[in-house]
Design a protein around this ligand. Sequence first.
Ligand code: F6P
Length: 545
Amino acid sequence: MAQSSRSLTDRPSWKALQAHANQIQSTHLRDHFKSDPGRAEKLSLDAIGIHLDYSKNRITEETISLLIGLAEDAGLKSRTEAMFAGEKINITEGRAVLHTALRAPKGTSVMVDGEDVVPGVHEVLGRMSNFADRVRSGEWLGYTGKPIKAIVNIGIGGSDLGPVMAYEALRYYSDRSLTFRFVSNVDGTDFAEAVHDLSAEETLFVVSSKTFTTLETMTNARSARTWALEHLKVDAAIAKHFVAVSTNAEKVTEFGIDTANMFGFWDWVGGRYSMDSAIGLSTMLAIGPSGFRELLDGFHQMDVHFRTAPLRENLPVLMGLIGLWNTNFLGAHTSAVLPYEQYLKRFPAYLQQLTMESNGKHITLDGTAVDYQTGSIYWGEPGTNGQHSFYQLIHQGTRLIPCDFVLFGQPLNQLGAHHDILAANALAQAEALAFGKTAEEVRSDNVPEHLVAHKTFEGNRPSNMILIDKLTPSSLGKLVALYEHIVFTQGIIWNIDSFDQWGVELGKVLAQRIIPELDSAVPTDALHHDSSTNALITKFKALRG
Ligand code: F6P
């Protein structure tokens, strides 16, 4: 499974990149552009309706060749095939990784343990479509005979971030007669605020949980059931107001939801890779089955591109490699994702789980500790809001923060000059980051000498520009799959398991121990944590009263 017994950093391809980084370290992006007028054209790529300009990175064509050498050494192509073919590449959980099968067209086949999984995927899609049509048309009635007007998705992590991100992203295409709410936090405020203006008679809860055991989701789902029963009075109402999305039929039944109202998926779909499985039920309810099919088609187009395009003409591969270059050879610790599209306001949050839960690992597939950095810290805000907050640090701070700008040619809401102003800002920020403003340029603006240093912009700050014609279900699918495969590309080279998440377990276990200790009846001397945790528990109980 591991790529080679030789540590990544001992490989000639890694060492060559290190030497190359030392060599081009002192070349400013200004000089790269000056010395090659054709640079933007050479370091741009158009594929499946996406234009990627990666020329404003601290790279040359040689950098790309060396990075591709590293990817080839890591067996990226064959590892990609292994994923698509359903091999159990999630080795610590012994599972296949087949989110790509969720968008495989009817008639194709993907085998897992001797079984073709594609027909099952389409069977669930068919049931989801049927259900979504019934709810959207008003045919599905609540217990008291009223049509559904509000849909509340209860889930957390991948069972929330994908649905809420997709709902916000595709809101323009959604049925505006329906209200959508997303409850994730175990903080009771999340649930209370989500339902405070809803009528139980017209509300449908979609309880989304791969395992159906997650503490937050189960706590919120129980509160939802209590709330529904307070208003609807009879247990029989639950069947009309609750559906489940899960891989765990037994737990769904135990909770009291009939499996006839359950939409399933499979253990080969990771939580953070599940927004196009039945976990996307709320998305389908919002945009309808045909919109959801367009979304899947967008994902699939990116899958085909990633699988078949040569490494040098491959969007996720190039972006993955450039990200790795910034992290491992230029010392960047974080990556900003800056969508210049208000509808993508939850996209950075979505990407945080996708990238950081996947590649935040320090142990390789063969169980040894890495001696190089892995997953970058992803963060961001939609443009232009970030410009008036954290961009100062990106432009003039001491850290190197590579940025991904996402911009669409056409706005969904045409309003005067708004879209051109928005686009001009995205383009200007990337330009300012790359080229900055020299002291001479500042002086030529007659700036007093004592302010020259303050008003100088070093520049040489890397960015990618992703330009797409329009935000649609299809382009959203492409964008999400782009990042899924960026994560994969990097994970393969770092030789880590991008599909497990053991790092979330310890806190969960410790919380289960502390919950009963918060009972007022438990005396202080019964606490056996460290002195800090003991004191904090005691203090919390005193404050709580
Ligand atoms: O935070 C850990 C995690 O397991 C995520 O990977 C997952 O998306 C989330 O919890 C929710 O899990 P489930 O869908 O099983 O409730």
